[in-house]
Design a protein around this ligand. Structure first.
Ligand SMILES: [Zn+2]
Length: 692
């Protein structure tokens, strides 16, 4: 549970209007402000709200009132605005490199061909379902459980990531993740995770609320609609078979909170799988998945995986074939004719996320290209938009934050000297990547064919999967990146004891070379502090300096740490965005610990940067006030109700407004504004959670 922000908001570019002041304008067009600026958006605040009552409204209320959520977005805020800006820049780079006429085989040619093929709607329309037909025919020809197991195995991809990006969802029966062993960081292993559901989580199948019951009804209609488009004879009969099978899968699935428990996974010998998880023909499945020679598999969900395997034997073959066909269509839909794209959006965009309109095609094309050719696109981006001076400045900030975190550890009164030594060892060996990876992946083996949109997407997925599987036979690379440079996010990698800060998050308002220290430490500094703190959250703290799941705590220290975590979980359990729905304090605990500790470390680094001098006032605010306002504004966001409900059900991150309210745990915040007893966010000093 370690990245900085949820990854669900793949939302588009739109009119920016009231947000212009917080935008990163294209290079060179930014008027030079008096140096340095305070970096905060005064017009976006609502000073009529006392900061102690609602800090998010105080820092962002003006913007929230003035800014509608664009019709093609489920949520909107700084994060989406920057993602839009990044996409626009990437489009410019793609168009520019296409004009240069790159030779066949060059990465820039692959990028251009992938994108232009996706954009050629007329060609896609004229082919109809033909590009998918061979796969549907192969599914229809499945005659026994052996062939079913092979088909299931052949669809597996490296599409989940249990600890870095904490992505647990896959429509395939299992998700595969290839990385270091939990207790053996010197070697890579294949991890197997539960999967198979088309709805985001088991809750969507099992919850009795009217909202979820309605979504289930709509989902079943969506399955039927997709099968009908693909020419199935009895779409509603098939849809009910698919839905009933998924309902049974959901019943054996682990919950989101259970998935976060790093002590649940077990190592099983490949040869033991048939006895431990009877039902599927495991040798056939693993052979088709390219895992036929893996001696050991790490089973992330040791209850769900036998449960899913048992269904392979117990449920009718026809239901499985319908299920395979439906998900093959669903996964192919973005690359098929408009009717498929529209139906998919009608359910996943409108019903599930509340988004009224689909994003323009170029944005979807940009995201697909960026996903298929992650590193080559990232290289283009970093070369143009990530100057060496910015990299050096942010690396210096990272060093400041690590130093600050070290002084915080020294100052802890409850922690024993032994535990402090080990915590500081872990901090000292943290490997930090800023902007882009130390080496780029080689894409020469990926074939991109002009005019074959679906084939390109499928070859790219398979290429990525093979690259991941190849790691099983290579020395472990602690410098491996798990986000592309063009991603507006950041991530902590517990098994590598490493951090990635992609180039695309290192831009205003998060990092602004023209702004002062209070701003940059309050925004970018808090993000850096958040990622460092993940190494010391409820999950990360269980991995040692080598990335090994091992206990380096004395019992008394760990008990104290756990009690602090429980207090923070209770603080978040009390947030009710809707009368019938609360934030889940345990599901979001790692992120909330990282927010509290990261903000404190960022403030400590800010204080150290002043070298003992008081900061000057700017825009009518003291340095500490600006630090907290910049932090609050970095969470600027609004969501549609369906999207917010989905986030609360499936995401390890609490909604943004409560993350802005993290300030209530820091004594310095009470002094800065000031905040008094009786105000809504006020916590008496003993109730303020200090984990680190
Ligand atoms: Zn995080």
């Amino acid at each position: 549970m370690t990245h900085w922000r949820s990854r669900t908001s793949l939302t588009p570019f739109a009119l920016l209007l009231a947000t212009a002041v917080l935008l990163a304008p294209a290079c060179g067009t930014r008027p030079k402000p008096p140096s340095p600026s305070a970096g905060i958006d005064l017009a976006g605040m609502d000073k009529s709200v006392p900061p102690g009552d609602d800090f998010n409204a105080y820092t962002n209320g003006g913007w929230i009132k003035a800014t509608p959520i664009p019709a093609d977005k489920a949520e909107y805020g700084i994060f989406t605005i920057l993602a839009d800006e990044t996409r626009k820049r990437l489009l410019g780079l793609i168009e520019e490199s296409a004009k240069a006429g790159p030779a066949a085989g060059e990465d820039s040619r692959k990028i251009g061909d992938y994108y232009s093929t996706f954009m050629d709607e007329a060609a896609i329309e004229s082919k109809g379902i033909a590009p998918l037909k061979p796969q549907l025919d192969a599914i229809a020809a499945i005659a026994d459980r052996h062939a079913l197991s092979r088909a299931i195995g052949g669809r597996l991809r490296a599409d989940v990531d249990a600890l870095n990006n904490t992505s647990f969802e896959t429509e395939n029966l299992f998700g595969v993740w290839v990385t270091q062993g939990l207790t053996d960081p010197s070697e890579s292993f294949p991890y197997l995770l539960q999967g198979g559901l088309g709805l985001p989580d088991r809750d969507y199948y099992l919850s009795a609320t009217p909202h979820m019951a309605d979504l289930r009804f709509q989902y079943q209609a969506h399955i039927a609609a997709m099968l009908k488009l693909a020419g199935f004879g009895d779409p509603s009969g098939s849809a009910s078979r698919v839905f009933n099978l998924e309902m049974k899968m959901a019943r054996v699935h682990a919950t989101r909170v259970e998935s976060e428990d790093v002590h649940t996974p077990v190592s099983w010998k490949r040869a033991d799988l048939p006895a431990r998880a009877p039902g599927l023909d495991w040798p056939a499945l693993l052979d088709a998945a390219g895992l036929g020679d893996a001696p050991i598999l790490i089973i992330w969900h040791p209850k769900a995986i036998p449960g899913l395997s048992a269904l392979a034997a117990a449920e009718p073959l026809d239901a499985w074939k319908d299920w395979l066909a439906f998900h093959a269509i669903e996964q192919a839909a973005p690359f098929l004719p408009k009717a498929f794209v529209d139906e998919r959006f009608r359910f996943y965009g409108k019903a599930l996320s509340g988004t009224p309109e689909m994003r323009p095609r170029w944005q979807r094309g940009m995201d697909a290209t960026s996903a298929a050719l992650g590193d080559p696109v990232g290289k283009l981006y970093a070369e143009r938009y990530f100057p060496a001076a910015t990299k050096a400045k942010v690396e210096a900030m990272v060093a400041d934050l690590i130093r600050a975190f070290g002084t915080m550890i020294d100052a802890l009164t409850w922690m024993s000297p032994e535990t402090k030594v080990r915590a500081k060892q872990k901090l000292a060996t943290l490997k930090v990547g800023v902007g882009y990876p130390g080496h780029w992946q080689d894409y020469s083996g990926l074939q991109i064919v002009k005019g074959d949109a679906l084939g390109n997407a499928q070859r790219a997925d398979l290429f990525d999967y093979h690259r991941q599987l190849a790691k099983l036979h290579q020395p472990v690379d602690r410098g491996e990146w798990w986000m592309t440079p063009q991603t507006v996010n950041a991530v902590n990698l517990p098994l590598q004891n490493a951090l990635n800060f992609p180039a695309a998050i290192i831009q205003p308002p998060y990092f602004d070379a023209d702004a002062d220290a209070a701003h940059n430490f309050g925004a970018m500094g808090a993000i850096i502090g958040h990622e460092i703190s993940h190494s010391f959250d409820d999950q990360g703290s269980q991995f040692d300096a080598q990335g090994r799941l091992a206990n380096w705590w004395t019992k008394a220290d760990f008990d104290h740490f756990k009690a602090a975590g429980e207090a923070l979980a209770a603080e978040f359990d009390a947030y009710h965005p809707f009368p019938d729905l609360a934030v889940n304090g345990h599901q979001t605990l790692s992120e909330n610990i990282a927010d509290v500790a990261g903000l404190l470390a960022a403030h400590e680094a800010y204080r150290l940067s002043l070298g003992g001098q008081p900061d000057v006032a700017r825009d009518g605010f003291s340095g500490d006030q600006r630090f907290f306002i910049s932090f609050g504004q970095s969470w600027r966001s609004k969501s549609r109700e369906e999207q917010l409900r989905r986030q609360i059900a499936t995401d390890g991150h609490a909604p943004e407004e409560y993350r802005a309210d993290t300030v209530r745990n820091l004594d310095i915040w009470y002094d800065a504004f000031p905040v008094r007893a009786g105000q809504k966010l006020y916590l008496a000093p003993p109730a303020r959670v200090r984990v680190w």
